[in-house]
Design a protein around this ligand. Sequence first.
Ligand code: ZN
Length: 400
Amino acid sequence: MASVLAFLTLGLVALGAQGARGRGPAPITIRAAHVFDGTGTLIENGVVEVTGTKITAVDKREGPVTYDLGDATLLPGMIDVHVHLNWYFSANGKYGGGGDTADYTTQAILDNARKTLMAGFTTVQSLGAASDKPLRDAIAAGVIVGPRLLTSISQIQAGTMTAEQLRDRVKQAKAQGADVIKFFASGSIRDGGKMNVTQQQVDAVCAEAKAQGLRSLVHAHDSASIIASVKAGCSQIEHGLFADDAAIKAMKDANVYFDPNIGLVLQNYLWNKDHYMGSGNFNDEGFASMEKALPNLPIIFKKALAAGLRMPMGTDAVAGAHGENAREIVARVQAGQTTRAALIGATSLAAESLGLGTTIGTLATGFEADIVAVPGDALTDISNVHHTKFVMKGGKVYKR
Ligand SMILES: [Zn+2]
């Protein structure tokens, strides 16, 4: 709270200084051949006008502009609803290599945040670690270059905890400043992904989250864990790699969000096998399970797409994957989603899933000026989203 107050005070001082000169901030205008608003509307040769931190117009005006981005596509700043900014490779190249100084760890995390923003992701949800909290607050205060950050601060593993203990655990996360609750209802893909909690445990976590005004995101691979989470009123299912038709129907009937992570996380573990091997369940068996799961990724996505599930875009980005987030959007299109729907999933729909649908994720008057540009026509060639060339967040240009 103190840092938020400090930030607000700085803002007032800045406005006061401008007021003393008798004018507000001058508008910035950005023109591009294609302007995709994040909800489905495409404007050819559009201009987005920004005043201060907000978008003040989206139109087709003539005349000079501040930034003419030529043949680019302007998009709302992209959003990734599932990352782990605290995952990095140690100085010895190993994940969890140990022996890193606190300074090394801090630098590695700052680098993850910077890479993510420069890739065009102006908001991410980290699920989550204690280091996210100072990072979130420092980014919000403008002292660190990174995306807007929402975080669960911790992750809840039920183990043998009682319903009452789990409710206390959720209250504790809320008291620590968590924006969202992250809960595990199944094992990892490397352990087979089977449900490893009771219905009572899921009920306790998701009901208490709701009582605390927080969304609840559940790591759930198999159908039993998905169906239990839906029954418990949880907000969003992560992964769902072994979801059967009944699990997909349960998600559809309850209209929960589903974030299947098909384009980056498993691939990244395999690309970086040498870095991960030897840490925890990153062993030969674990890698074999991940390799075996790869062909299932587009299949599960196609089924979810056919069922009409609401799928905000999340990657589960870990060490090695930060800044590669857009691969998930490309993978969705390769698995059969339209470019338009895939871009909506990474902008307005993702914002809606975060409870921020009226402030970010759309290029329209009154929204935060989070604006990125990718080369060419992204709606024709989605691979362009992987080459972000302009990044503005809150009206400030970070890359051009
Ligand atoms: Zn994760």
